[in-house]
Design a protein around this ligand. Structure first.
Ligand code: SF4
Length: 119
């Protein structure tokens, strides 16, 4: 391949176009993730049967954490944000929970399945 200036310029142009094309799917993923985070409903203990069965409260301070006697941490330190079933969520104040697929739970929530996060 020749190193003439015109070829270098063409190479730079191709690199710029390919770099721009590669960025488009990444930007779409970020935008989709943000939109998805806002579309996922929060678990509502007034209507969700699983939440009722597990005595989920979006505000752990109103739950009977001491009565459930979950091992690992003192009851007043047990929250969804330090539960083994939760994952950090894209929206501030919420977690995803494997027990509530397709929904989000409050970071400061709690339920009777609370389990100390491993590690
Ligand atoms: S299992 Fe853990 S993260 Fe899920 S609702 Fe219960 S306490 Fe929160």
């Amino acid at each position: 391949m020749s190193d003439k200036p015109i070829n270098k310029s063409r190479r730079d142009a191709v690199k710029t176009v390919l770099g721009g094309l590669a960025a488009v799917p990444v930007m779409n993923l970020v935008a989709t993730a943000a939109a998805y985070a806002q579309d996922v409903p929060a678990v509502d203990p007034a209507t969700d049967p699983t939440a009722q069965a597990l005595k989920y409260h979006p505000d752990a301070t109103t739950a009977d954490r001491a009565g459930a006697a979950r091992p690992g941490l003192p009851p007043d330190e047990q929250f969804c944000h330090n539960c083994n079933f939760s994952q950090p969520y894209a929206e501030e104040g919420y977690e995803s929970c494997t027990l509530f697929p397709g929904k989000k739970v409050a970071s400061n929530g709690w339920c009777t399945s609370w389990t100390m996060r491993a590690g």
